[in-house]
Structures are given as structure tokens and as C-alpha cells.
Design a protein around this ligand. Structure first.
Ligand SMILES: [Mn+2]
Length: 325
């Protein structure tokens, strides 16, 4: 899919003409959603705009150092007041888990396959490695200076959404943007240390416990990880501490895909990861989920007893399909 500059131009013009903005993103924020939000918020503020950042969940601790992060408000509903709502990184409006957005002038900027185009303007570029790549282009189009803090936020977005420059969708453009960000003052080693080497011992113990209980299916091609609330409680962790754990089984050459099952109250949150051409997004969609080819997720409110077996069957089928392709 080619980049649609017409939509980016429309968004740029709207950002220039508007005065009061609300920027939101998905629940359970990650490095891309937070970095993209904070970078755009600073750029708009520098243009003299009034900007509110509202999310349904607070930033995980590892992202609390991001420049501007304390300004993020946590709310489940927002009242009128902004002339433009910018929704970043959300394939569907419901992903925000913030109510009160419907019917507003929404600018939708995203890189997820299957985005429902819920905005008044929709800039969806599935070829972007991170939403931060699109926000970089937008800030460039606005002509705002790349400050060290904007650059740091965008670098975190790209660093984390590419799995430290390992995932698909990384292009020469990605490195060109990162070169510009480094030029603008990003300390890449310091950022990586803050994001990856600053966790708790509990998180390390939780990771060990989850991997210790890993089960293999489909002749070792599919790894299944399961996390219940007791494991979190016993290690002093919360669900945010699981970020990245789902990727770890992929370090084994034989493992082609991973299913992580996380108990969430009476429901089940499922993360899927895969290698190469294996499309786990197509597994997630029939369950109401979404994401990318190699990283997808879904939530099952009332899981049936056979849900694990169904997921294993579907993921194994995706693995087989990529082998026969
Ligand atoms: Mn993203």
C-alpha cells in the first residue's frame, strides 16, 4: 500500500487550523502509542495549540521517563471541548476504551491492517513500522522543529514497535527517520537502558516462571504460555510486566508461533506472535481481535473450556499454510 499524501495533507491543515486538541490512543499503552502521542502533543503545543492527552490507562513504569508523560490524563470518558480529536494507533475506536469520542471530528492515524476508518480523516499506512513513523512525517509536514524530547519519544515508538529493529516493516525509511532522530539529540543507549534494563526483579522472576511452564504443540512449532493472576500476585507484578514476554519463545529456531493466554478477571486476553509469513492476525480477527501479521491480539470475555485447543488448531493451521505457500 502506498502512502496517501492527500490524507496527510488534510490532517496537517486541520492541525494548523484547529486550536484545541485531544490526543488519545489505545488502552494498555505501549511504547508506540505513548511516544507517538507525546511527540505530536509537543509539536502542537509549540504551534500554540491547546492539547490534552487522555488515555484509559496510565503509562507502564518503563515509559514514565518519556518526555511529557506526566501530562497524560487517565479517564474513561471525555466531555466536549476540543475541536479535533486525534486517535493514534487504534484499528477501531473502541480500542481507546475512552467514551465520549463518537461524533467528534476525529483524525485517525494508524498502521494496523483492517483499520475500520472511523475518523473524519483516516491516514492508515500498513507499511509503516510504527505509528511513530507516521507522526514523524506529520511533524515534518507541519514544519515543527525536531526537539530532543520529540525525537526521544518518536525513537521509543520505533524502537519498541520494531522489537528493537527485528520485525517486518522495517525499511530504509525507518533508518532514515532514526538517523534524523539521532541527529536531533536522541541518546539511543540511554533510551534502550531505560526501556529494557530497568525492570523489577519480580518481572524477571515472572518471566522465568512463565517460560518454565511453556507448553509445546504442533511438533514444537507452536509454544503456549499461560499466565494467571496468582503468578502475577506471587511475583509482585501486574499485567504490564508481561510486555515482551510473548516474544521470548521465538528465540528458539523450531518455534514458529506463540500463543500467550492471560487471565483477566473472568475473561481471557490472548497475544499471538509468529515468524516470517505466518499470519496470526487472521487467527485473531474471527475472535474480534486484530493487529499485524506477526503480532496480534484478542480478548475473549467468556472463554469456553476448549478455547486453548481452538487457538492451537487455528495457529497451527496458519503455520501449515505458510509452509505450503
Ligand atoms: Mn504500533
Amino acid at each position: 500500500m502506498t502512502r496517501p499524501p492527500a490524507e496527510r495533507t488534510r490532517i496537517r491543515d486541520r492541525l494548523r487550523s484547529g486550536t484545541r486538541f485531544l490526543i488519545t490512543s489505545h488502552a494498555r499503552p505501549d511504547g508506540d502509542s505513548l511516544g507517538s502521542q507525546l511527540a505530536l502533543a509537543e509539536a502542537l503545543t509549540r504551534l500554540g495549540k491547546r492539547v490534552r492527552l487522555v488515555n484509559s490507562d496510565p503509562p507502564p513504569g518503563r515509559y514514565a521517563f518519556l518526555p511529557g508523560a506526566p501530562a497524560i490524563e487517565v479517564a474513561e470518558t471525555v466531555e466536549a471541548g476540543a475541536d479535533t480529536v486525534v486517535v493514534l494507533e487504534c484499528g477501531a475506536l473502541g480500542r481507546t476504551e475512552v467514551s465520549g469520542l463518537e461524533g467528534r471530528f476525529i483524525v485517525n492515524i494508524d498502521h494496523h491492517t483492517g483499520n475500520t476508518r472511523y475518523g473524519a480523516v483516516n491516514w492508515v499506512d500498513e507499511s509503516a513500522c510504527a505509528c511513530g513513523e507516521l507522526v514523524f512525517e506529520l511533524i515534518e509536514a507541519l514544519g515543527t522543529r525536531l526537539t530532543p524530547s520529540i525525537a526521544t519519544n518518536l525513537y521509543v515508538a520505533i524502537l519498541t514497535d520494531t522489537g528493537s529493529f527485528r520485525h517486518a516493516n522495517i525499511t530504509a525509511r525507518t533508518f532514515e527517520i532514526c538517523r534524523r532522530l539521532a541527529d536531533a539529540g536522541v541518546d539511543a543507549a540511554a533510551v534502550a537502558a531505560r526501556v529494557f534494563n530497568n525492570g523489577s526483579l519480580g518481572r524477571l522472576r515472572l518471566t522465568g516462571r512463565v517460560l518454565d511452564r511453556m507448553q509445546l504443540e504442533d511438533d514444537g512449532r507452536v509454544a503456549v504460555l499461560a499466565v494467571d493472576e496468582a503468578m502475577l500476585r506471587e511475583t509482585g507484578c501486574d499485567a504490564d510486566d508481561l510486555e515482551g514476554v510473548v516474544n521470548l519463545p521465538l528465540a528458539a529456531g523450531d518455534v514458529r508461533a506463540v500463543i500467550l493466554l492471560k487471565q483477566a478477571g473472568t475473561g481471557l486476553r490472548v497475544s499471538l506472535r509468529s515468524k516470517d509469513a505466518i499470519d496470526v492476525r487472521r487467527v485473531a480477527v474471527p475472535f474480534g481481535g486484530g493487529g499485524h501479521r506477526n503480532a496480534a491480539g484478542l480478548t475473549i470475555e467468556a472463554p469456553s473450556p476448549d478455547v486453548r485447543a481452538r487457538l492451537v488448531t487455528e495457529v497451527a493451521a496458519a503455520v501449515a499454510e505458510s509452509r505450503s505457500a
